[in-house]
Design a protein around this ligand. Structure first.
Ligand SMILES: *[C@@H]1O[C@H](CO)[C@@H](O)[C@H](O)[C@H]1NC(C)=O
Ligand SMILES: *[C@@H]1O[C@H](CO)[C@@H](O)[C@H](O)[C@H]1NC(C)=O
Ligand SMILES: *[C@@H]1O[C@H](CO)[C@@H](O)[C@H](O)[C@H]1NC(C)=O
Ligand SMILES: *[C@@H]1O[C@H](CO)[C@@H](O)[C@H](O)[C@H]1NC(C)=O
Ligand SMILES: *[C@@H]1O[C@H](CO)[C@@H](O)[C@H](O)[C@H]1NC(C)=O
Ligand SMILES: *[C@@H]1O[C@H](CO)[C@@H](O)[C@H](O)[C@H]1NC(C)=O
Ligand SMILES: *[C@@H]1O[C@H](CO)[C@@H](O)[C@H](O)[C@H]1NC(C)=O
Ligand SMILES: *[C@@H]1O[C@H](CO)[C@@H](O)[C@H](O)[C@H]1NC(C)=O
Ligand SMILES: *[C@@H]1O[C@H](CO)[C@@H](O)[C@H](O)[C@H]1NC(C)=O
Length: 376
């Protein structure tokens, strides 16, 4: 897909030309140990290459080879994109601000998911700045585009440094108070589907030392309002020690754990209040490739989804897998890791998250995360 891009005024006078997109519309950022590629559609990361324990470059995120397919993909899994202006679910597709009730599209059973069937993850963002190590995408979201009041102006800057991918998002709502909750909806497969013996995510290891509580959710993966403590060895325990994602897969409770027909995880863990925000909050690794991914974030919660709804009919990229084998992604073939605030916090004032999720004139929304890649 050919895309137009807007360069910052003055860039024509810079000593070296900034990077341009390739024939497929991808912008490439590179630093020692990492290469990342992006397209303006949904501000998407299409490819992320890091080295495995044998020094082989692996593309460890999901996506399509064909960049023209992202906008028309009927499944629209929000591969490594930015859903907005309010990520994840809005219970009953409604919320109130100052006694006015607003309605959003019901696109996920009785609820709204990722702000509806169009919107931030369905739009081609503007490229507002690009250098060899960073790219900034921006979006202007008109009032009521998703049923939410006031216009929102937002940007995401992706940058790379040695073994690191950094993501910074900023947003303002200059006219009215409105919900803002963003995330980078990154889907990982640290073996890049090249493990000949297993394409599922269950042998990946997850550690989330600050995730000592979890949201209780209903059959549509919507939080009920109850927040439980997670004790040693429980199905949601990834805090007492690193656990394989499939560690509880033989338990009856694993079935339907993330809603009707959904086994494994599609949950939301609030982090400890007052935790050290410079410390690694989520660590994902795979013994097969030896790749480890560590997340540091300013966000107060995490959503983890283990790809139950993959139906085995979608193919992974030609940069992944093993030559000569089929390229289908199985059920449970990946993990989405989404740093954000509490899911549906706008409908749970008792959680005290309104000041983290409702923004109006003069207020600034700021999200930042950094992934560091290394070996187990
Ligand atoms: C960006 O990288 C390209 C290719 O390595 C190089 O030619 C160019 O000078 C670099 N631009 C800047 C601004 O560093
Ligand atoms: C890429 O996807 C677009 C949109 O679905 C389609 O029209 C085109 O034929 C595809 N190209 C290739 C090479 O698969
Ligand atoms: C909302 O309604 C309640 C009850 O009628 C009232 O006390 C309160 O002042 C209203 N708040 C605003 C911001 O209008
Ligand atoms: C991109 O910029 C143009 C010109 O300012 C604007 O009309 C358009 O709405 C912007 N697109 C997005 C996705 O914000
Ligand atoms: C917002 O958009 C919806 C759907 O287009 C429309 O029904 C509603 O009246 C609009 N609300 C306002 C306040 O403009
Ligand atoms: C989402 O945004 C797009 C682009 O602004 C708009 O055309 C569409 O109506 C919106 N969708 C919903 C479900 O509100
Ligand atoms: C992959 O490994 C998991 C456990 O790590 C196991 O449950 C599953 O059956 C394996 N799948 C295949 C196709 O071997
Ligand atoms: C917070 O974590 C960082 C990174 O691990 C560490 O360097 C720092 O000492 C920690 N701060 C405190 C107060 O523990
Ligand atoms: C599962 O992971 C362990 C290390 O954690 C590794 O030794 C083993 O080979 C893996 N199994 C498969 C089927 O990849």
């Amino acid at each position: 897909m050919r895309v137009s891009h807007v360069l910052l005024a003055g860039s024509a006078f810079a000593a070296a030309a900034p990077p341009a997109p390739d024939a497929d519309g991808k912008y490439t950022l590179e630093a020692a140990g990492i290469k990342a590629q992006f397209i303006p559609y949904a501000a998407t990361l299409t490819n992320l290459f890091v080295k495995d324990k044998n020094g082989v470059e692996r593309d460890i995120v999901l996506g399509y080879d064909n960049t023209s397919f992202y906008p028309v993909d009927p499944g629209h899994p929000v591969y490594n994109a930015i859903p907005g202006r309010y990520a994840n679910r809005i219970g009953g597709g409604k919320f109130s601000i100052d006694n006015v009730t607003y309605h959003t599209e019901l696109n996920d059973g009785p609820n709204t998911l990722h702000s509806g069937t169009k919107n931030w993850s369905f739009r081609t963002w503007n490229v507002t700045e690009v250098t060899n190590s960073s790219i900034t995408f921006s979006i202007y979201d008109p009032a009521n585009s998703t049923g939410m009041p006031g216009r929102v102006e937002a940007s995401v800057t992706y940058s790379v440094a040695k073994n690191k991918w950094k993501i910074v998002m900023d947003a303002i709502s200059p006219e009215a108070k409105t919900p803002i909750q963003l995330t980078q909806h990154t889907y990982f497969q640290l073996d890049a589907f090249a493990n000949p013996d297993n394409r599922t995510i269950w042998n990946h290891t997850l550690h989330m030392p600050f995730a000592k509580r979890v949201m209780v959710a209903d059959q549509n993966a919507l939080p009920t309002g109850v927040i439980d403590d997670v004790s040693l060895g429980e199905i949601d325990d990834f805090h007492t020690a690193p656990h394989k994602l499939g560690f509880a897969s033989d338990r009856v409770s694993f079935e339907d754990h993330c809603g009707n027909g959904c086994h494994g995880y599609n949950g939301n863990w609030p982090f400890d209040d007052g935790r050290n925000k410079s410390a690694v909050a989520v660590s994902l690794s795979s013994g097969w490739s030896g790749i480890r991914a560590d997340l540091v974030t300013n966000q107060d919660a995490i959503v983890i989804y283990t790809c139950n709804w993959n139906d085995g009919k979608t193919e992974f990229k030609s940069t992944q897998g093993v030559a000569g084998q089929d390229k289908f992604i199985p059920r449970d073939g990946c993990i989405a890791i989404e740093a954000q605030d509490y899911v549906d916090g706008i409908n749970h004032p008792e959680w005290g998250r309104l000041s983290h999720q409702i923004f109006g004139p003069g207020q600034k929304y700021h999200w930042e995360s950094e992934w560091t890649f290394g070996l187990v």
